[in-house]
Design a protein around this ligand. Structure first.
Ligand code: TRP
Ligand code: SF4
Length: 343
């Protein structure tokens, strides 16, 4: 069982789409926080394969591999399958059923107004996601959260509008049918000033921009990628002073190699033009590689037993399903759905 709620501050649910291996942006924006929250909360972490299918329906075969990749990355970063429920969304059918029920009460206008909707339609034009399901993406996300009556949802800033919608859906359900759902809080890490991690090209780090460093990146490729990072454009030559508060390489130092940042006096060497960017990046690469080494080591070991990954997912589903099933029962009663269940 997931540890007793009584000992914990409340329930957490969060999820990620299985579309490929995770990168440093995931670690800084969410995953690092998820691992810490395990001590204080009863945690449910789900790999949302239905959400992946919405954009990858032309190549569903990638979802399996991506699911294993995500589980391995999660475990390597400290998610604990003993304490937390780590599971695949489609292994717990109650998510899909609650999604259908919620879709009865969610006005289309609410979905059309979600800012990520039009953005994604634009950005992923080639994937033809102008579908019925994709419009309902945040409604399924709300079901993921509400089916566990989660109190808090740790996510990146980009998910804020989905969380707001989840709260609105919870309110609407409760006022129509009677109180079932708590309104979940978004736990959004406010990235400290000057510590906002960007991709290699200074855009948001994202697989679709091809500007990531993956958690499982091999050292050679990682080195090349670090050396290709865009720095402060004001440093055209080695003699031009740079701005360590602006440069993304300095942000990497502060997040992954703070000791080196101090010891090598990176800030002074940058603003005083004491060294060149290549030297600066080379030391940063070494710090980053050192930081990732234990994570990658753990991942490599786990990857040697793929059957263990599936076992963890099945254990996780066995923990999550009874909790989800109980909420669904309550929901069906409130909505006066009388069908006898044949589970
Ligand atoms: N939309 C989220 C993302 O793209 C993934 C997600 C699906 C999720 N269901 C969720 C996140 C429930 C938190 C809670 O990152
Ligand atoms: Fe960035 Fe380092 Fe170059 Fe300064 S010296 S601009 S911190 S890479």
């Amino acid at each position: 069982m997931v540890e007793q709620a009584s000992k914990k501050k409340g329930r957490i649910l969060s999820g990620m789409r299985p579309t490929g291996p995770l990168h440093l942006g995931h670690l800084v924006g969410a995953l690092g926080n998820w691992a810490k929250l395990q001590d204080e909360y009863e945690c449910y972490y789900t790999i949302v394969d239905y959400h992946a299918l919405m954009s990858e329906y032309r190549q569903p075969e990638i979802i399996d591999q991506a699911t294993s990749d995500v589980v391995l990355d999660w475990l390597a970063c400290g998610l604990d399958p003993q304490g937390s429920a780590i599971f695949r969304q489609s292994d717990v059918p109650a998510h899909a059923e609650l999604h259908l029920i919620l879709s009865c009460i969610v006005p289309i206008g609410w979905l059309e107004r979600v800012p990520t909707y039009k953005e994604q339609l634009q950005q992923l034009k080639h994937k033809e996601i102008n579908t019925y399901a994709f419009l309902g993406y945040p409604c399924l996300q709300a079901a993921d959260i509400l089916i566990y009556k989660a109190n808090a949802v740790p996510v990146g800033e980009d998910q804020a509008s989905h969380l707001e919608l989840t709260r609105e859906i919870a309110r609407r359900f409760n006022s129509l049918f009677g109180h079932v759902f708590p309104e979940p809080d978004a736990l959004i890490l406010k990235e400290q000033q000057g510590s906002r991690l960007l991709g290699l090209d200074r855009r948001k780090m994202s697989k679709s921009y091809d500007n990531t460093i993956d958690l499982k990146e091999d050292p050679q490729t990682m080195r090349k990628k670090v050396l290709s990072m865009i720095t402060d454009p004001q440093r055209r030559t080695k003699k031009d002073p740079g701005r360590p508060d602006f440069c993304n390489v300095a942000t990497f130092y502060r997040l992954f190699a703070p000791d080196r940042y101090e010891k090598l006096e990176v800030a002074a060497n940058c603003s005083g033009a004491g060294w060149g960017c290549v030297e600066c990046k080379t030391h940063m690469y070494e710090g980053l590689a050192e930081y990732l080494q234990p994570i990658q080591e753990k991942r490599r070991k786990l990857a040697q037993s793929p059957e263990r990954v599936e076992e963890i997912l099945q254990d996780g589903a066995a923990k999550a399903a009874p909790v989800a099933g109980q909420t669904l029962e309550e929901v069906r009663q409130k909505c006066n759905l009388k069908g006898k269940r044949t589970l």
